[in-house]
Ligand binder design. Sequence first.
Ligand SMILES: [Zn+2]
Ligand SMILES: [Zn+2]
Length: 266
Amino acid sequence: MRFTFCPLFSGSSGNALYMGAGDTRILIDAGLSGRTVSDALNSIGVLPETLSGILVTHEHSDHVKGVGILSRKYHLPIYANARTWAAMEKQVGAVAPSLRREFETGESFFIGDLSVMPFSVPHDAADPVGYRVYFGACSAATATDMGYFSKTALDALSGVDILVLESNHDIDMLRENEHYTAALKSRILGRHGHLSNEACAEALWLLYRTGVRHAVLGHLSHENNTPELAMRTVCEAMQAHGLRVGLDISVDMAWRDHVGGIYELG
Ligand SMILES: [Zn+2]
Ligand SMILES: [Zn+2]
């Protein structure tokens, strides 16, 4: 049995990540319309009604927009910590008590054959988390929506086989963006905002030293970044550390507007 990992959509306009092994299939976030997420799942051969549940990282709409609709339509359990439940209640709408699952950040739990470890990330939401998911000896993770790369995140992600890592913005593009207010800029650049391309590169170097060899850049800003710029910044930083990108470490992209690569682990 193999462990499948597929970033369906990633970016400030909406996030959804698929992971599955055998009969256990999960979605981490559903920040686009229910229809868009269903279509994306179908496109990789996963019927939405066969999902085991939807895990929520935090209550921002680019992560929860389709959660309630998908849960009601396909009777899918929703997993979130208590403060995220309270914060997302309005956006998600009515959820049957039988579909409501609550976990403690930092405590792992099982969904079928997958073991899930939610870990805290620094972001301006009620109790935001990243997830590391284990299937046997393999693991995959998502770590986006982070103002900085914390020690908690580094420990939680140590040696993970593959992860989506936030590469949100180019600092100069953000600073020069005339459509953003000063307040919004300082929110994004702050300790509870988003990880820049440069900070992503530093995080990936720290992760490389723990054994990480596959990263997928994600949660790119549509206005303050481009996939080419994010990729170039991270790859040049890896090369500056003496790594050969593609040999010592692989760096891929999770896309804002189309389904990304399908990765098979194990
Ligand atoms: Zn987000
Ligand atoms: Zn967010």
